[in-house]
Design a protein around this ligand. Structure first.
Ligand code: H2P
Length: 836
């Protein structure tokens, strides 16, 4: 180091070797500074929204320190790294999560209070980052929280959609979709990295030439856009590690196609380039059958190409070459959405880094692993060969080559079995040839996992049966989990405090199995009353939310019964609403004496229907129509209320989950891969009514059969029941409620016909079959609820048995059993301030 350099480094050291101070005054200074210098408002007058923004920037400063040092530490330690590739991250809000994780919540609350602002109020001004549809995207966000908390050298990669999940409004009971302008007022959490930009190519043609006696393919693309990185710091809970979620945004290419500007029509050329931005503009709502949507495939390629270029660049910058790349990097594919990345990595290794096929394939198959999230066959992505060929000609070639070799392997193993080849080929033959992305993922990944035990077994018996026979060792299970920070400790402070006090520690927040310690208090009457008090507080909060959003007054003495999730036939919101109609019909025909015995209920339903999923939208209308009728029937009063909460999202879930007493997870057995809200509800002392499906099975196992209301056909019975459905003698009560709908009791009889036809016809999801058992289970719920002590005991046992369902556990299993990565915990800096 020269004299000058040393001087400079000493100067920087004295300037920077101090962490931002965390005391009330420093926090206030930083907030007020951001008001004035970042958002350019007057520090003497700023409203709640501006206070939120400035508080977010001030928090972000602290995250950046930790982020920078964590990245430096990872660089210096050079551990094997894992990258989680997901088209969806359902982040929700970030402010409270960051303050809690950094242990700064109390400090910020006080600092703001003195300035005249209330943290509880300003936090509500943050818009949800809704870059996902449902469970799959929320799982990815829970995983990031756990990867940071478990100190894994990990990053998430995704897309920075300009418009996230649509905002749902309900007009006259119908769903309306509105764009989600979440970025319009800025996003303080992200850091734009204009210098981290990669070109991503599309279309064009492939040529070949000889180089050193080897054939080299050259892709001459016809279109190029730039991918610009936006970093989102993800703090771990009570650790000095902060990891990164890097999201890509599409921008017009700075270099490509310069000559078109000289061809005359300058303005038209600019407008054309502007189209590039549409690639990352919108999140696709989950209609589960993405039929040949070119833009969606473009998004996928844009995402993985930028991501892989970034990962390869980082690796070569540090190691000088790609040597040992596959020993030091793991890439997790969240569903098939990033699967085109397999062909892209092959292309980069072969065409850019000039590796041969064998070495490229060896590395590719060593780094990728793949998670499947559904057994619904219509959800398995396929792309028309013609489309892929046109958009990504080099990738199509590579996929053909992979398939050719795969079919050789198949023949070597099973002989000449054409039917099997036809079933397993990556290319589906037919009028329109298709690329089966799941098959590509299965062939190239070293591991494939399902997301709950039952699901991981089912994929081996159904959709991936042939692949299981061929590669039995590739198949694993990783039961989902949720972060106990957001989904218990932070969203339910009264329950957290009661647990802390009872266990004498808050260590359970990162070691969830410690909740088991609650078991010994389950029968303690005094503890039970405090438990009930805590639930009542959360119910009051939820009741206020219902009043605000639906205008309906509900009594907190009623049992709060909830079903919130994407609206889908397999999730059977229809079973729920038929049950509600039955309950309504019973109540309105009761004598006053009989009514006195009824357990009052508030039935709360929420969720979005994919805009193209007509039947799901009709289901929403049916729920609204029933609620309209029930809530205004004087014969019913407070004994039954039905509300549809509009625009269900992460922030709403944070109010709904703690305030619920019963939650419904009632999919046809064998259809819900796991479910994760079931875990969140159970963790908050809400009892489950559910089928033996997805993670319900494991929840029942962990908390005990007596503490959950299980009903309905079992997964192995379902196929037979389907074939026999036409001969089923349906329950009279079922026939009656269906008739009420079709006879116009709730209006819109014609509009509801497709719903009626679905459950009366082939009834693929076996609503009629499970209806009597469902009613029996609901009766058991009512009976149990009447005995507060038994109910409360079950509620306590639910929480106590939830240890397994922390995403920390899930992530540790991924780390050791799939990725082979180890924690890399940054030592707490000696000069770090209190609470750092
Ligand atoms: C999906 C599955 C869930 C699963 C989740 C995460 C696709 O979520 O259906 O059963 O828990 O992935 O693995 P969702 O239906 O909520 O969109």
């Amino acid at each position: 180091m020269s004299e000058d350099e040393r001087h400079r480094s000493d100067l920087l050291y004295t300037l920077m070797d101090t962490y931002i101070k965390n005391d009330v005054l420093s926090v206030q200074e930083s907030i007020v500074n951001h008001v004035e210098y970042t958002i350019a408002r007057s520090r003497y007058h700023f409203d709640d929204f501006e206070a939120y923004q400035a508080t977010a920037y001030s928090t972000r400063d602290r995250l950046i320190e930790s982020w920078n040092d964590t990245q430096q530490y990872f660089h210096d330690q050079d551990p094997k790294r894992v990258y989680y590739l997901s088209m969806e991250f359902l982040v929700g809000r970030s402010l409270l999560n960051a303050l809690y994780n950094l242990n700064l919540k109390g400090l910020y609350r006080e600092a703001l209070e003195q300035l005249g602002y209330n943290l509880e109020i300003i936090k509500e001004r943050e818009r949800d980052a809704a870059l996902g549809n449902g469970g799959l995207g929320r799982l990815a966000s829970c995983f990031l929280d756990s990867m940071a908390t478990e100190n894994l050298p990990a990053w998430g990669y995704g897309l920075r959609y300009q418009y996230g999940m649509f905002r749902q409004t309900i007009q006259d009971g119908f769903q309306r979709e509105n764009p989600d302008y979440w970025l319009t007022l800025g996003n303080p959490w992200e850091i734009e990295r204009p210098n981290v930009t990669y070109p991503v190519s599309f279309y064009g043609h492939v040529s070949a030439r000889e180089e050193d006696g080897r054939q080299i393919f050259v892709w001459n693309p016809a279109e190029q856009v730039d991918a610009v990185a936006y970093d989102n710091p993800i703090p771990g809970y009570r650790t000095a590690n902060t990891i990164n979620l890097r999201l890509w945004s599409a921008k017009p290419s700075r270099e490509f196609d310069l000559e078109s500007f000289n061809s005359g029509d300058y303005v038209a050329s600019i407008l054309e380039k502007q189209n590039a931005e549409s690639i990352s503009s919108v999140l696709y709502p989950d209609d589960r059958t993405y039929k040949g949507k070119e833009l969606r495939l473009k998004q996928q390629h844009f995402f993985v190409s930028a991501t892989l270029q970034d990962i390869l660049r980082r690796y070569t910058a540090q190691h000088g070459s790609l040597e040992n790349f596959s020993d030091k990097v793991a890439l997790q594919l969240n569903d098939t959405h990033p699967t085109i990345g397999i062909a892209e990595l092959m292309r980069l290794l072969m065409d850019v880094y000039k590796w041969g096929w064998t070495a490229s394939w060896e590395a590719t198959t060593k780094v990728f692993s793949f998670t499947n999230h559904t057994v619904l066959p219509e959800a398995l992505e396929q792309w028309p060969v013609e489309l892929l060929q046109e958009l990504l000609p080099r990738h199509m070639q590579i996929i053909y080559d992979i398939n050719w070799r795969f079919l050789q392997e198949l023949r070597a193993k099973f002989g000449n079995d054409q039917a099997r080849e036809y079933r397993m080929s990556i290319i589906q033959e037919g009028d329109e040839k298709m690329v089966r992305m799941a098959h590509l993922a299965l062939v190239a990944s070293h591991t494939v996992n399902g997301v709950a035990e039952i699901h991981s077994e089912l994929i081996k018996q159904t959709i991936f049966e042939d692949f299981y026979e061929m590669y039995p060792k590739k198949f694993q299970n990783k039961t989902n989990g949720v972060t106990p920070r957001r989904w218990l400790a932070f969203c339910n402070p009264p329950l957290r405090n009661l647990i802390n006090e009872t266990l004498g520690t808050d260590a359970w927040i990162s070691r969830l199995d410690l909740l088991e310690g609650l078991k010994s208090h389950a029968d303690d009457g005094e503890f039970q009353s405090r438990w009930v008090e805590v639930k009542q507080l959360a119910k009051a909060k939820l009741a206020a939310k219902i009043k605000e959003l639906c205008g309906v007054e509900v009594s907190t003495d009623a049992l709060f019964d909830v079903q919130v999730k994407r609206i889908h036939e397999y999730k059977r919101q229809v079973l729920n609403i038929l049950g509600i109609i039955h309950r309504y019909d019973q109540i309105r025909n009761m004598s006053e004496e009989e009514k006195a015995d009824v357990v009052p209920r508030v039935c709360i339903i929420g969720g979005k229907a994919a805009p193209g999923y007509e039947l799901a939208k009709r289901i929403i209308k049916l729920i609204s129509a029933v609620s309209q009728r029930v809530n205004n029937d004087p014969a019913v009063g407070d004994l039954l209320k039905v509300v549809f909460i509009p625009d269900y999202n992460v922030s709403l879930a944070e109010v709904i989950v703690p305030g619920s007493e019963l939650s419904q997870h009632i999919s046809t057995a064998g259809t819900e891969a796991s479910g994760t809200s079931n875990m969140k509800f159970a963790m908050n002392g809400c009892l489950i009514i559910g089928t033996m499906d997805g993670a319900n099975v494991e929840i029942a196992e962990e908390i005990g059969d007596d503490n959950i209301f299980i009903f309905g056909a079992l997964a192995h019975e379902v196929p037979k029941l389907r074939t026999e459905r036409a001969d089923l003698k349906v329950d009279d009560r079922f026939a009656h409620v269906v008739r009420l709908i079709s006879s116009g009791e709730f209006g819109y009889a014609d509009f509801f016909t497709p719903i009626v036809d679905a459950v009366q016809g082939s009834d693929y999801y076996l609503v009629a079959n499970d209806f009597p058992a469902y009613l029996r289970a609901q009766d058991a719920v009512d009976r149990t609820y009447k005995n507060s002590s038994i109910w409360t005991r079950m509620s306590i046992m639910s929480v106590a048995g939830c240890g397994k369902f922390s995403s920390d556990r899930t992530i540790r299993q991924y780390a050791t059993e799939i990725w082979g990565v180890e924690p890399c915990e940054r030592p707490r800096p000696p000069n770090a301030p209190e609470g750092y």
